[in-house]
Ligand binder design. Structure first.
Ligand code: MTE
Length: 318
């Protein structure tokens, strides 16, 4: 890893938008005052004024008036095995994740391999605010206001050729940063963590590469500086701290499928009708709520994504 100075857009945790301010801004945006501005402008505004990200494109259809989980809840209960299997401890261990000078490699079925600084990459795109349900395969869920770039915009920029049928993501491998990559105390998972999507799933409007939440840059425990978010799939598809993105012909073998193919597949679509071999997927507990609620087909995004799986037996392609 290259340790460079702190980039201008990166805010400290104490500078995070308070939830009340965020909610106020959200209702302002809903009034229709939002317009699209370049991510550079947002980054500059953030750095200069220490303000929440503003003027993001607000998508009423997907944001759905969901009740948000708090910043505290979202950043205090994490799955990030490269640090630890304890969800409560990730936030105390994630300080070693230094994202300064973070590089991303883009390769595979494209004209020419690209190696680019994360800071330079995100400046090329419009940032979007997306409030999504997030459902873990373990049966808990939350609602998160992500900030990210559309994966389809990224794909247009990378410009893969027609042989590319899948997109494959890899988390950084660096055992100075991630203690479990050195210790392998949790040997069920092999590193680097890998995930993949079919190209039409990746091009879907809901798929984003998230670079922040609650109007600020991505907290380390949530996968700084950039992670995948595919809200109709179980949380394990949403790979964190991405360092490599490849366009490939064959379906990538994702980490959890490799680790336990009987329990975890490639698709991992949220589906209350297909139980996990060891527990039911019919209900879920939203972080901070006492009573469980019903899990929705495709996590509530059926209208947007069901067509991608037409004719597929979802008990087989789980
Ligand atoms: N990405 C990496 N690199 N390592 C991980 O352990 N865990 C996955 C996913 N992405 C994981 C990962 C799982 S199981 C879940 S549920 C989500 O991240 C959790 O995201 P969160 O901590 O932001 O809630």
């Amino acid at each position: 890893m290259n340790y460079l100075k702190k980039p201008s857009w990166q805010l400290d945790e104490k500078e995070i938008t308070p939830k009340e301010l965020f909610d106020k801004r959200r209702s302002f945006i809903k009034l229709g005052a939002a317009s699209i501005v370049s991510s550079t402008a947002i980054v500059e505004a953030l750095a200069k004024e220490n303000l929440p990200i503003k003027n993001l494109k607000y998508n009423e259809a997907v944001n759905n008036n969901l009740e948000l989980n708090t910043y505290e809840q979202i950043t205090s209960y994490n799955n990030f095995y490269e640090f630890t299997t304890s969800k409560e401890r990730v936030k105390y261990m994630a300080h070693t994740l230094d994202t300064n000078g973070w590089r991303i490699t883009i390769d595979g079925l494209i004209d020419k391999k690209i190696e680019i600084d994360f800071d330079d990459l995100i400046k090329k795109f419009t940032l979007h605010e997306r409030i999504y349900r997030f459902r873990c395969v373990e049966g808990w869920s939350m609602v998160v206001p992500w900030v990210g770039i559309k994966l389809s915009d990224f794909i247009k920029y990378a410009n893969p050729n027609s042989k590319a049928k899948y997109i494959r993501f890899e988390t950084l491998f660096d055992d100075d940063i991630f203690p479990d990559q050195a210790n392998m105390l949790f040997p069920a998972v092999e590193y680097p963590y890998v995930e993949g999507l079919r190209m039409d799933e990746a091009m879907n409007n809901l798929s984003i590469l998230a670079v922040g939440l609650y109007g600020s840059s991505m907290p380390k425990q949530n996968g700084a500086p950039i992670r995948l978010i595919v809200p109709w799939k179980y949380g394990f598809k949403s790979i964190k701290s991405i360092a490599k993105i490849s366009f490939v012909e064959k379906e990538p073998l994702n980490t959890w499928q490799k680790s336990n193919p009987k329990e975890y597949g490639f698709y991992a679509n949220v589906n209350p009708n297909v139980d996990h071999p060891r527990w039911s997927q019919k209900r879920e507990r939203v972080l901070g709520k006492f009573f469980k609620q019903k899990t929705l087909m495709f996590n509530g995004y059926e209208k947007e994504v069901a067509h991608l799986y037409k004719g597929m037996d979802l008990t087989k392609y789980f």
